[in-house]
Ligand binder design. Structure first.
Ligand SMILES: Cc1cc2nc3c(=O)[nH]c(=O)nc-3n(C[C@H](O)[C@H](O)[C@H](O)COP(=O)(O)O)c2cc1C
Length: 191
């Protein structure tokens, strides 16, 4: 399919608008909006369709701050978030849990943008906590069973900063190869 002039690639428009938002106004993200975002995350594809990814939704300031402290360095905007979505997966029965959790997280980021909510991926896997790993400390606080691992926490909040949308200039066409590594194709290079 090629687009004629009156058509808009609305997914591209959404994707180019999505940016990591790390400042929030403090206004509430309505529960209904969080629910709509989760509906999209729950439809993310998963390996063998097993849906090993689970989410813990945090709205309580103390708990959000406690989870933020589980990452020794760089939890950045998390303590200021209105909502935190802890993304984890059952690793016992799912070799590809990281991929599954990353896709679900990406869906959350895109869904947040669709509803005008600011979002930022705060990474937790392989990050140090205060005494143990960030993953272990978060699971302890939230009572998550040992067979789970936490990939990240997605911070959500009403946007407190403006970021410009990506443009055609941001497309790294050099990363695309046609048929053979290093070869350019006709569909490439319209920058
Ligand atoms: C796997 C991954 C881990 C990330 N970890 C963090 C993080 O721990 N803290 C943070 O503030 N942003 C984090 N980010 C957000 C990136 O820094 C951000 O996506 C990147 O700089 C591009 O900016 P943009 O999202 O505005 O396009 C992460 C993003 C990804 C995909």
């Amino acid at each position: 399919m090629s687009l004629n002039e009156s058509q808009e690639n609305s997914l591209y428009e959404l994707v180019r608008r999505r940016r990591s938002v790390r400042r929030y106004t403090g206004d509430k993200v309505p529960d209904d909006t969080v629910r709509e975002i989760l509906k999209i995350a729950l439809l993310a594809p998963s390996s063998w369709g097993r849906h090993p990814v689970e989410f813990v939704i945090l709205r309580d300031r103390e708990t959000i701050e406690a989870v933020a402290r589980c990452k020794r360095m760089g939890a950045g905007p998390l303590p200021m978030a209105d909502v935190a979505i802890v993304v984890m997966a059952d690793t016992a029965d799912c070799e590809l849990w990281i991929e599954d959790a990353a896709i679900a997280s990406t869906y959350i980021l895109l869904a947040a943008e669709e509803f005008g909510v600011g979002a930022c991926w705060i990474h937790m896997r392989n990050r140090q906590g205060q005494r143990k790993s960030a993953d272990e400390e978060i699971r302890q606080i939230l009572g998550v069973p040992d067979n789970f691992s936490v990939l990240n926490v997605v911070a959500l909040g009403q946007k407190g900063e403006k970021k410009s949308a990506r443009t055609e200039k941001d497309l790294v066409w050099q990363n695309v190869h046609a048929g053979h590594y290093g070869q350019k194709g006709d569909f490439i290079g319209k920058e």
